[in-house]
Design a binder for this molecule. Structure first.
Ligand SMILES: C[S@@+](CC[C@H](N)C(=O)[O-])C[C@H]1O[C@@H](n2cnc3c(N)ncnc32)[C@H](O)[C@@H]1O
Length: 283
C-alpha cells in the first residue's frame, strides 16, 4: 500500500459519504458508466479490471456486458468494497479485491481492458500507477477512464465553494479563493498532462473527449447540502474556516442549490473527460 493518505480518507469519512451517495440508483451515473464501457469497447469475453471501483456500479455493468468474461474490481476502501460485493451478489463473473492500483502485483497481461470512473486521479505517482495498470493488460489492451475537467469548468464545484467562501460564483475567483492546493480529484484535469502521463506510462493512441453529464446530489437542496458537507472540497473549505459554523455553511449551501432543484432532485452541470488509450506492451 503506497497511497496511505488516500487509504485513510476512503476507509473513513470520504468513503462513507461516497458510499451513502451510491446507495440510491442514479441514472446519470449509469449513463456515465455506459459511455465509459463504450469507449473501452468491452466485449462479451473480455477480462476487465475496474480501478477504484468503489461500490462497484461500473464493475456490475461491465460484468453484464462481458457474460463470458470476468471482471475484477479493485479499491482501497474496505467499506465501499463490502457494499460492492453485496450489490453484485447475483453476478458470478465479478469479484472485488482491496488493493492499491499503483503497486498491486496484478497478473501480467491478465486483462484485456482496464476501466475507471473517477478512480484514477488519486495516485501519489500517476506514471508508476498507470504503468502498473498497463502491465496488467495484454499487449494492445485498452484503458478507458472518466475524470473531472478543470475546477473552473465544473459548476458542481464552483457554485457550492463560492457559497461557502461568501463570494460570487465566478469560476476564476472561486479557484483563486480555495483555501489550499487544488483538490486531488483535479490532478488529471489538464488534457496536456493526461497525454504526458499516459505516454510516460507506456500508453499510445490517447483520445480525450469532453462529456457533460450532470451530477445528482440529493432529493432536495437541504439533502444536497448534507452531501456537500459530508465530503470533498466543500467539507475542506468549512474545516479551514473557524468562523463558519456547520449550520451557517448548511444554510448558505442550501440557498445556493435552490436554483438546481427539480422533480429529479438537485442536478448540477458536470464536465468530465472521457479518456481512452492503448497499452504498448512496454514499460
Ligand atoms: C471518487 S471515488 C469513485 C468510486 C467509483 N468508481 C464511483 O464512480 O462511484 C474514488 C475511488 O478510488 C479509490 N482509490 C483511490 N486511490 C486508489 C488506489 N491507489 N488504488 C485503488 N483504488 C483507489 C477510492 O478508494 C475510491 O473508492
Amino acid at each position: 500500500m503506497r497511497n496511505t493518505e488516500q487509504f485513510s480518507a476512503w476507509n473513513g469519512a470520504e468513503g462513507a459519504a461516497w458510499a451513502a451517495e451510491r446507495e440510491t440508483e442514479d441514472r446519470l451515473q449509469a449513463e456515465l458508466c455506459g459511455r465509459l464501457l463504450e469507449a473501452a469497447r468491452v466485449g462479451s469475453r473480455d477480462r476487465v479490471l475496474d480501478i477504484g471501483c468503489g461500490t462497484g456500479d461500473t464493475s456490475r455493468m461491465a460484468a453484464r456486458r462481458a457474460p463470458e468474461g470476468q471482471v475484477v474490481g479493485i479499491d482501497l476502501s474496505a467499506p465501499m468494497l463490502q457494499q460492492a460485493r453485496r450489490a453484485a451478489a447475483g453476478l458470478d463473473n465479478v469479484l472485488f479485491e482491496q488493493a492499491d492500483a499503483q503497486v498491486h502485483a496484478f497478473p501480467a497481461a491478465g486483462f484485456d481492458v482496464a476501466i475507471s470512473k473517477y478512480g484514477a486521479m488519486f495516485f501519489a505517482d500517476p506514471v508508476a500507477a498507470f504503468a502498473n495498470i498497463g502491465r496488467a493488460l495484454r499487449p494492445a489492451g485498452r484503458l478507458a477512464f472518466v475524470c473531472p475537467q478543470p475546477p473552473e469548468d465544473c459548476e458542481w464545484y464552483v457554485v457550492p465553494v463560492a457559497a461557502l467562501l461568501g463570494i460570487e460564483p465566478r469560476p476564476q475567483a472561486v479557484v483563486a479563493g480555495y483555501p489550499g492546493p487544488a483538490p486531488a480529484m483535479f490532478v488529471l484535469s489538464d488534457p496536456t498532462h493526461i497525454d504526458r502521463v499516459l505516454a510516460a506510462s507506456g500508453f499510445t493512441d490517447v483520445s480525450i473527449e469532453p462529456l457533460h453529464v450532470p451530477h445528482r446530489f440529493g432529493s432536495t437542496p437541504a439533502d444536497a447540502a448534507d452531501a456537500f458537507l459530508a465530503s470533498g472540497p466543500t467539507r475542506y473549505v468549512v474545516e479551514q474556516d473557524d468562523g463558519l459554523t456547520w449550520e451557517a455553511a448548511h444554510a448558505r449551501l442550501t440557498a445556493s442549490l435552490e436554483p438546481y432543484a427539480g422533480s429529479g432532485g438537485v442536478l448540477l452541470p458536470g464536465a468530465q473527460w472521457l479518456v481512452s488509450a492503448q497499452w504498448t506492451g512496454e514499460r
